[in-house]
Design a protein around this ligand. Structure first.
Ligand SMILES: Nc1ncnc2c1ncn2[C@@H]1O[C@H](COP(=O)(O)OP(=O)(O)OP(=O)(O)O)[C@@H](O)[C@H]1O
Length: 330
């Protein structure tokens, strides 16, 4: 069995309610194992509990119950060691405006007790592309540069596990690429990466394994490939040569006509072949001008697992092929 970078058992977090407000169960009995060396995605809709979980790992929020161990160090028994093995790049740009990047890294290294001889501030600044700003005050840095500095700060104590909380929210393409290049590099060097993101295609591309939490509960954890493999829904979109008069009928195929005249056929690849779908179209005397198919992606998996209590799709979305997301039960 692969060693766990993070092991969480029965984790609960209850926030006290404000005036007259009920308490909030932000995490409800979460069990989670993050394998060493993985790029691990922690996904969930807004308010699912991701930040609470990350803040507990970072030692910033006190759990209500449960066990957390980081790199084998139980958080309660070995608080200092467990904190020393994890680095967190937070969402908020909370930097002291009066420090320069080099100064901020030196202070951070001092806080973690990294001896001067083991500090690598310049190397880290180089890695995140801030060498030429090493002596600039943080208040003069752009938003993107501040984010680079937050990543640099998370790395000063050579953590085994790096947590990135929404690292690419609202950042430009160049910074996004820099982040992912660095994440890959650090991961190749053996660092375990935990990532939350709202960009599901990014998680699909970057993560080996994914956990999805919803309303404080874990609803799935699997390799990205297995999660995607669970969805056998397919969609075929056909542009007919002339307006469709009669819809094709085939068992296991759900058919709809869009306002633009295209024909959308939903089917499950383990029950119906693409050939059978096409045959039903021919049987209905529809001549095909163009055809394309869509496979399920992580967004479909995510919605299938989290949409039960989510809002309905916006009205302007109703004409889009839904790719089976509300029909599929995993
Ligand atoms: N300090 C707090 N006091 C009371 N309730 C809180 C507190 N922090 C978070 N919550 C609540 O706990 C729940 C989980 O919040 P959390 O921020 O962990 O979710 P999230 O998945 O990170 O959401 P987002 O993606 O929007 O950041 C939410 O309902 C939130 O309102």
């Amino acid at each position: 069995m692969t060693e766990a970078a993070i092991r969480i058992e029965g984790l609960h977090k209850t926030y006290r309610g404000g005036k007259g407000q009920p308490e909030k169960h932000a995490l409800k009995s979460i069990d989670l194992t993050v394998p060493q060396g993985s790029v691990f995605g922690l996904l969930g809709p807004n308010g699912a509990g991701k930040s609470t979980l990350i803040n507990i790992l970072a030692g910033l929020v006190i759990k209500s119950a449960g066990q957390v161990s980081i790199w084998g160090f139980d958080q309660d028994q070995y608080p200092r060691q467990s904190r020393a093995t994890i680095g967190v790049m937070p969402q908020e740009l909370n930097l002291d405006p009066f420090f320069t990047p080099r100064g901020a890294l030196e202070v951070q290294a001092g806080l973690y007790g990294v001896p001067k001889s083991e500090r690598r501030s310049d190397e880290i600044l180089e890695l995140v592309g801030l060498s030429d700003k090493a002596e600039a005050y943080a208040r003069t840095l752009s938003g993107g540069m501040r984010r680079r500095l937050l990543l640099a700060k998370a790395l000063v104590h050579h953590p085994k596990v790096l947590v990135l909380d929404e690292p690419t929210a609202g950042v430009d393409i160049e910074l996004r690429q820099m982040l992912w290049t660095n994440v890959r590099k650090l991961n190749e060097q053996g660092m375990t990466i935990i990532l939350t993101t709202h960009y599901l295609e990014e998680a699909q591309e970057m993560c080996d394994e994914i956990a999805i939490i919803n309303h404080g509960e874990k609803v799935a954890q699997d390799s990205t490939a297995n999660l995607l493999g669970r969805m056998d829904s397919r969609t075929m979109v056909i542009i007919p040569d002339s307006p469709v008069i009669a819809l094709p009928a085939a068992e296991g195929v759900e058919t709809m006509l869009r306002d633009d005249g295209s024909l959308v056929l939903h089917y499950r690849s383990n029950q119906t072949s693409a050939e059978q779908v096409l045959e039903s179209v021919r049987q209905a005397n529809i001549r095909i001008r163009d055809v394309r198919t869509e496979e399920a992606d992580l967004e479909d998996v995510f919605l299938a697992l989290t949409s039960s209590r989510a809002d309905d799709p916006p009205a302007d979305d109703q004409n889009q092929p839904r790719r089976g997301i509300h029909r599929v039960k995993l």
